[in-house]
Structures are given as C-alpha cells and as structure tokens.
Design a protein around this ligand. Structure first.
Ligand code: GDP
Ligand code: GDP
Length: 460
C-alpha cells in the first residue's frame, strides 16, 4: 500500500513548490467538490525511488479566523487521511502565530508529524531554524524545496523508517495474498501458480465521482446476486470489501461509495475521498469507473484514470444514467467519450442504467475479460512470433541512417502483461512505432481491458 503524506502549513511556506518537486505527474488530482472552500491536490510521488501519495492542502491561515474553522475544511480531512504529515514552516519568515496554532492542533493528533523548515538556501539554517523547536513537535528538518535540497535526506533518514513501519503493519493486517501474484509473475513455468492465481476472487473496485451512481450500481449488483456481506472495520479512508459470487465465480467488490455503511453519510466530503479511491485502485485487480452520461468525463475522471493506468490496472468504464436520453443526445455523448477516452482505447465502454438495471449484467463479461487478459500466460515463442510478424508487416524506422532492429521478445510479468523486447537502437524507437507494436500485440493476443507494458532493452 502506498503511504499518504500530507503537506500542511500556512500559505506561502512552499507547499506547492515541494508538491511539484515530489510528484512526477503534472496532472495532479484536484478535489474541488461543493462543500470544500479550498482545494486539495493529490499527486503520485516518485522521488528518488520513494513512492507515495502526496496531498497538498492549499494554505492554512490560522491567524485571523481561529484555527479550527480554518482547518476544518480540507486540512483536517487531509491530516486524517494521511499516514504522515509534513508541517512546513518558512525559515526566512521565522515562527508566526499561525505556525503555533497549527502546531497546537497537530500535537493533539495521533499522527506521525514532522516539522520541515523550508527556504534554507543562502541562510545559516541552524540559527534560523532553532526557534521552531518551540513548536514542540520534535526535530526541525531543513530543506530548500525550490532547489531540491534536503528532500532526499528527509526521505531517507526520517520518512523511510516510518514508511517501512507502516508497510509492516499493513502487511500484518492483510496477510498478504499478493505473494502468489508475485510468485506467478516471476515464474515463467509456474503452471501451478497460475492455477492458484486464477482461483482467487477478482477484486473489483467501483470508483467515480460523487453522484454518478456508484451506490445504486453496487446495490443493483448485490441485489441480483447471492451475497454474504460483512462489514470490515475501517476509517473514512477505507473502502468496504464485499465478497460475492456470480455464475459460480468469486469476486470481491471494493465499495468506495460506502453503501453498506450503517450511518447515513450526508455530505459529499465524507462520501467521496480521493485517498479512499486511490487505495481502492491500488488494491483492485479490475477498476470499474462509473461516469454520469449527462455530466461526461471530468478532469477528475481523467486523473483517476491516470492513476489506474500508472498502477497498471485493468479497466472497464460504465457510462451510467443512460436511461431517458434521446438518440441525438446519446450520439453526442458517445463521440465526446471517444474523443476524451482515446488514451484508454483498450477499455470496454458500457452504457448502463444502474437505476433500471439495464446493461448491468454485461459489465461482468468485460470484468472477466479484462482480468483474464491481465493474467493470461503467453509463451516466449508466441511473443517472439508476433514480434517478427509486426516487424515484417511494418519495419521499424531508420535512426541516424541505421535501421532499428528488434531481435528477441519474452514475457516480463503479468497483471498487467509486460513484454520485454531486446534489439539494436531500441531506445530510439519513436513513440508511434511503440504504439504500433502495442496494438499489434493487443490484436494478436486478443488482450482487452488491460494496459500492455512493453519494455525495451538494448542488445540481445
Ligand atoms: P504555498 O502557498 O505554501 O504552496 O507556497 P508556494 O510553494 O507557492 O511558495 C511560496 C513562495 O516561496 C514562492 O514564491 C516560491 O518560489 C518560494 N519558495 C518556495 N520554496 C522556496 C525555497 O526553497 N527557497 C526560496 N528562497 N523560496 C522558495
Ligand atoms: P454515488 O454517489 O456515486 O454513490 O451515486 P448514487 O448511487 O447515490 O446516485 C446518485 C443519484 O443518481 C441518485 O439520485 C440516484 O437515484 C441517481 N441515479 C443512479 N443511477 C441512475 C441511473 O441509472 N439513471 C438515473 N436516471 N439516475 C440514476
């Protein structure tokens, strides 16, 4: 499980600067639902080999309003959702009343929390930062986010032990069944492993923005099937895992909408949690993204899809509320979806009405297909033959007067399928040819619903 790190602090201390430095994606996910006065930004961090989710809380300005009201909105939620809080202060500006108010709040939380003094470039860090020890939150770590200074050290010496500890705890809780998956993906000859893998329930995460119809769909699916429901204990950031059987196959629905929650969730803030959704994606085998036909694809949907793609998850898209639309509107929506979802053209689109049940049954055909595609065992001989065919049909381009040559292909893993291709000058292959190869493999192998990753290696 990816740890979640929240950046908090008053405005202008450098949270966004640090956020941008930590996240590899420019397309951070912004949660700006009604009910939130300020945005929270979510990004995937991959800094110096460390991976985690980072949350930027915008700014907390505790000075004028009283900290509770100011923090109540997005920062409290971000802190609650986080495993680790980085409390940023400005070394140049010195300690302020707002810093102290934030510190008072953080001291009351049961959270791993670290004071990080930013902007130490060009000043004597030790003497400028000494006063922050008065915040009574332990050591003060020095960084210059704008220059990337001190960040690796912070991660290595301070955060890594905490992350490792959290990972250990998570593992104990989960009794990780993922070992099987690892075993299988590493072992080319592992027939037995494959069998065990295929027998495991498919974990299906139902995700999407508030009000698209996730709860309605989940209830519809559960209502039609024999289910044994048990509530897993958890916090607001945890999804509910619901085992179910359908046509003698076992699934586990990962319910991000919290259908089975006892207490009625009234506000949208509590109902939708980005972290909950990201964790569900991370834990799923197949992601079912639900969108509202009338609303179309939002930037948030695209960000969620980006996360799912990065995680290599199989994907099915349900366009919900397809009832009561006239043909003209339907056509318009379809072409708009085609345009915006071009980058996940491997995913099946279903037009459904969760309310009336139309099309819901067919979703599982695509879920099964996606999962089977993702875990399909493909022989080296087959991968090589397809590579040769692709090359014969359309040869790779010349680069600096020499033809790129693909020599050998083999499987690099499953879920999602990974193909390793060795050859000469392969790193110079243009993206268009890489896409061509991917589509060629996809067609030849009949793989749908899952991304295919091709890795190129120079030499034989
Ligand atoms: P936020 O409001 O906390 O998100 O702060 P920003 O990231 O927007 O940064 C506020 C200002 O501080 C910007 O002008 C940044 O360029 C500047 N800043 C951020 N990090 C550093 C740093 O390491 N050194 C210096 N000198 N300035 C910085
Ligand atoms: P969630 O927040 O994603 O879980 O969304 P809900 O399942 O709570 O649905 C939000 C609203 O959309 C409710 O009023 C539902 O009745 C309505 N809704 C859900 N599915 C459909 C559908 O297929 N057609 C129509 N017309 N309305 C729907």
């Amino acid at each position: 499980m990816l740890p979640v790190i929240a950046l908090v602090g008053r405005p202008n201390v450098g949270k966004s600067t640090l956020f941008n430095r930590l996240t590899r994606t420019r397309d951070a996910l912004v949660a700006d639902f009604p009910g939130l006065t300020r945005d929270r930004k979510y990004g995937q961090a991959d800094y110096d080999g460390y991976e985690f989710i980072v949350v930027d809380t915008g700014g907390i300005d505790g000075s004028e309003q009283g900290i509770e009201t100011e923090m109540a909105e997005q920062s409290l939620l971000a802190i609650e959702e986080a495993d680790i809080v980085l409390f940023l202060v400005d070394a140049r500006a010195g300690m302020t009343a707002a810093d102290q108010a934030i510190a008072n709040h953080l001291r009351k939380q049961q959270k791993k929390c670290f004071v990080v003094a930013n902007k130490v470039d060009g000043i004597d860090a030790d003497s400028y930062c000494a006063e922050f020890y008065q915040l009574s939150l332990g050591d003060v770590h020095h960084i210059a986010a704008a220059h990337g200074r001190g960040i690796t050290q912070l991660l290595e010496t301070t955060l890594q032990p905490v992350i490792a500890e959290l990972a250990g705890e998570a593992e104990e809780l989960e009794e990780s069944d993922d070992e099987l998956v690892d075993l299988y993906s590493e072992d080319e000859e592992g027939e037995d492993n494959q069998q065990a893998f295929a027998d495991k329930p498919v974990k299906l995460a139902i995700i999407g923005r508030p009000n698209v119809g996730k709860s309605t769909l989940t209830n519809r699916i559960l209502g039609e099937e024999r289910v044994i429901v048990y509530d897993m204990p958890g916090t607001t950031r945890d999804s509910i895992y619901i085992p179910m059987t359908r046509n003698d196959k076992e699934y586990i629905l990962i319910d991000t909408a919290g259908v089975r929650k006892r207490k009625k969730v009234s506000d949208v803030v509590e109902k939708f949690s980005v972290i909950k959704t990201l964790k569900a994606i991370e834990d799923a085998n197949v992601v079912l993204l639900v969108v509202d036909a009338r609303e179309g694809i939002s930037d948030q949907d695209l960000s969620l899809l980006g996360f799912a793609l990065n995680a290599g998850r199989s994907l099915v898209v349900a366009v919900n509320k397809w009832d009561g639309l006239d043909d003209y509107v339907k056509e318009r929506i379809k072409s708009e979806l085609d345009r915006r979802l071009g980058f996940i053209d491997f995913a099946r689109l279903h037009f459904i009405s969760a309310l009336h049940g139309t099309g819901v049954g067919h979703l599982f055909e695509s879920v099964d297909e996606a999962y089977e595609s993702a875990t399909k065992r493909i022989s080296t001989a087959m991968l090589r033959r397809i590579m040769d065919m692709a090359q014969a049909d359309h040869q790779p381009p010349l680069v600096r007067g020499r033809r790129v040559k693909l020599k050998y292909a083999h499987a690099g893993g499953y879920n999602p399928p990974r193909i390793v291709i060795h050859g000469n000058q392969v790193h110079d292959l243009p993206d268009s040819y890489k896409r061509y190869l991917m589509n060629y493999y996809r067609k030849a192998l009949g793989i749908m619903g899952t991304p295919i990753k091709i890795e190129f290696r120079e030499g034989d």
